[in-house]
Ligand binder design. Structure first.
Ligand SMILES: CC(C)(COP(=O)(O)OP(=O)(O)OC[C@H]1O[C@@H](n2cnc3c(N)ncnc32)[C@H](O)[C@@H]1OP(=O)(O)O)[C@@H](O)C(=O)NCCC(=O)NCCS
Length: 154
């Protein structure tokens, strides 16, 4: 686990790096315009970046949806994976949800994305729904959620 990373709210200058990591991470990345629109104009979304020595090496995006915090994206630069940064980003989002009084944190993952699912399960997420043909290429997804209990918030 890298201890020197900091996780901070993404600034407009970080969006370029976020898009770069997105494009290195997915076969079907979000178009950059979508990121810009979501970052600039969606008042119900926030992006946070993990920085190591000032360099963006990962990010997490969340949507605020009533009593639920929706993790819409999380990715770490391929050269920096397996060092605990994904875990740190998820723990950050879970802390944020607790702090803001959300009841549930949830997300979707491709059925084939076993490493991401392992990460989510490690942190207590459980599968709650199968999403038939959820992705554009027809792959099924799964929805996973973590309930925030009062005890966990203490
Ligand atoms: C998923 C992702 C964010 C994890 O980031 P990371 O920094 O590598 O994660 P961590 O180092 O914190 O590892 C967390 C856990 O993920 C799992 N994991 C990570 N790499 C793995 C691999 N190659 N194979 C299997 N499991 C793996 C392990 O359970 C690991 O926990 P452990 O180290 O205690 O065993 C990263 O792999 C990524 O960016 N993938 C591409 C984008 C993506 O798929 N995002 C999720 C969309 S749902």
């Amino acid at each position: 686990m890298i201890s020197e990373i900091e996780i901070v709210k993404a600034k407009i200058n970080d969006v370029k790096k976020i898009i770069e990591i997105e494009e290195l991470s997915y076969n079907d990345p979000w178009p950059r315009e979508i990121f810009m629109v979501d970052y600039l104009f969606n008042a119900s979304s926030d992006y946070f970046v993990a920085k190591l020595h000032g360099k963006v090496i990962g990010f997490i995006g969340v949507w605020y949806e009533g009593k639920k915090l929706h993790i819409i994206n999380v990715a770490v630069h391929p050269n920096e994976r397996g060092k605990g940064i994904g875990t740190s980003l998820l723990l950050f989002a879970i802390s944020l949800a607790k702090e803001l009084g959300y009841e549930v944190v949830y997300l979707e993952a491709r059925k084939s994305n076993i490493s991401a699912q392992k990460l989510y399960k490690k942190l207590g997420f459980i599968e709650v729904e199968e999403l038939k043909g959820y992705y554009q290429d027809g792959e099924d997804g799964i929805r996973m959620e973590l309930k925030i209990t009062k005890e966990e918030g203490n």
